[in-house]
Design a protein around this ligand. Structure first.
Ligand code: UD1
Ligand code: CA
Length: 453
């Protein structure tokens, strides 16, 4: 494939989203619509990506400054006078550019890189000044229709301007085009002669033909990949499509999902063979799950790595690294910085944060363990709290291997407990406990006569 540059249109208000957020910043399976399009285009290594922004441009730019996009240039369309007018804004960047110019909208997140590269190749192969990507769809309502004459692309007519017989055409314009350098000349001839009084990029078809340039068509078989997102319904339909694709691949790779309608699994999740996912599980972005795990009802998991054989039930996990054969839940909250090594158990109503818990240790009931280091084979009794925060700073608790912590113990951090220590139930530990010692830090019980009046 010869070199190309891309122009991505994203200046529109996206009126139909009814949102204060620019349309292309709406989230689809963990990334904004615009990022889906940028990722697809970027994988083909364009010379330039010219992004046309307008409505709430600063919100899009703020996001783009957080991620890095190679060869990105931003131009502005101050007034949204139509898709042709939007493309014109890219002229100052690409005026002297000699390669192909791929034009697409920022609202077609499911577009495949393969389809884009086929489109660009077609433009070269047929020596065309424009190749339009079309799709055969069941319901063409709302799309521009491809009008053919003698089997060749003649022009594109928008829904609002189409007559009854044109409305019946179900070959639609995807809004994705590959132009050669004649683009700029053609654009200069576009007039807003339509019901919306806008400058339509689609008019370049007829214009290029009148300039005796050849225009051609490629048709994608997958109508879903060219679906534009114009409203919330279409956004949720795209979400469903991505999920279906994902779940199909997971089934093929040996993952069991008991009720596929009742789970959410992000496009980027990696899940090992023989893992079973129960209804109610929500796997958000950046999750890796090993083989033979069990993920049970109403668990939310994001930004986590879970190794083979672990069982998660009814828990919330965010920012954690979890070893093999770990048991979490029911009802645990595993917060950022939690590292749970092999065979650890964190159970009923326990919370962990910024902690390394070494293998075979247990935090089974009603505990908060944060800013801590817990050794191997430690048993933490019910209701144990690491009192890590003094109101200004966070302090650390260290509990050595093979130690036993009785129920209802408070560790007033910073504090260290050596290996093989025993902390009596109900203790408030304010001083370090050396290895092998028994610490009791609670008021001695007194017995007095009960006075009954
Ligand atoms: C457009 C096509 C239609 C095609 C459909 C595919 C035109 C005239 N029509 O219609 O043939 O079937 O896409 O989804 O192009 N934009 C700007 N500035 C503007 C106007 C639009 O940047 O002044 C951007 C929008 O942000 C959007 C894209 O261009 O990303 C397309 O605009 P939109 O209004 O969504 O066009 P459609 O009506 O969907
Ligand atoms: Ca659209």
């Amino acid at each position: 494939m010869k070199n190309f540059s891309a122009v991505i249109l994203a200046a529109g208000v996206g009126t139909r989203m009814k949102s204060s957020l620019p349309k292309v910043m709406h989230n689809l399976s963990g990334k904004p619509l615009i990022k889906w399009v940028i990722d697809s285009v970027s994988s083909l290594k364009p010379d330039n990506i010219v992004l046309v922004l307008g409505y709430e441009a600063d919100k899009v730019e703020e996001y783009l400054s957080e991620i890095s996009v190679k060869n990105l240039k931003i131009v502005y369309q101050k007034e949204q006078l139509g898709s042709a007018h939007a493309v014109m804004q890219a002229e100052k960047v690409l005026k002297n550019y000699n390669g192909n110019i791929l034009v697409l909208s920022g609202d077609v997140p499911l577009i495949n890189a393969k389809t884009l590269s086929a489109l660009i190749k077609n433009n070269d192969k047929t020596a065309s000044s424009l190749t339009v990507l079309a799709a055969e769809v069941a319901n063409p309502f709302g799309y521009g229709r491809i009008v053919k004459k003698d089997g060749f692309l003649e022009r594109i007519v928008e829904e609002k301007d189409a007559n009854i017989s044109e409305k019946r055409i179900n070959l639609i314009n995807s809004g994705i085009y590959c132009f050669d350098k004649n683009l700029w000349k053609a654009l200069s001839k576009v007039k807003p002669n339509n019901s919306k009084k806008e400058y339509y990029i689609t008019d370049t078809v007829a214009i290029l033909k009148s300039m005796s340039k050849s225009v051609s068509l490629t048709v994608t078989k997958d109508e879903n990949e060219v679906k534009g997102i114009n409203n919330r319904l279409e956004l949720s339909q795209a979400e469903a499509l991505l999920k279906d694709r994902k779940i199909k691949r997971l089934f093929e790779s040996g993952v069991s999902i008991i009720d596929a309608d009742k789970v959410y699994i992000s496009y980027d999740a990696k899940i090992g063979q023989d893992t079973i996912i129960y209804p109610g599980v929500f796997i958000d972005t950046s999750v890796v799950v090993g083989k033979g795990c069990v993920l049970k009802g109403s668990s939310y998991i994001t930004d986590a790595k879970i190794d083979d054989g672990s069982i998660i039930s009814y828990s919330y996990i965010n920012g954690a690294v979890i070893g093999k054969n770990v048991k979490i839940g029911p009802f645990s909250h595993i917060r950022p910085g939690s590292v749970l090594k092999d065979n650890v158990k964190v159970g009923n109503f326990s919370e962990t944060k910024k902690v390394v818990i070494a293998k075979n240790s247990k935090v089974n009931h009603l505990s908060y363990i944060g800013d801590a280091e817990v050794g191997e084979d430690v048993n933490i009794g019910a209701g144990t709290i690491t009192c890590n925060y003094d109101g200004i700073n966070k302090h650390k608790t260290v509990i050595g291997s093979n130690s036993f912590v009785g129920s209802n113990v408070n560790f007033i951090a910073p504090v260290k407990v050596g290996n093989n220590a025993l902390i009596a139930a109900g203790s408030t530990v304010t001083r370090d406990v050396p290895a092998g010692k028994l610490a009791i830090a609670r008021a001695r019980q007194e017995l007095k006569r009960r006075i009954i009046k």
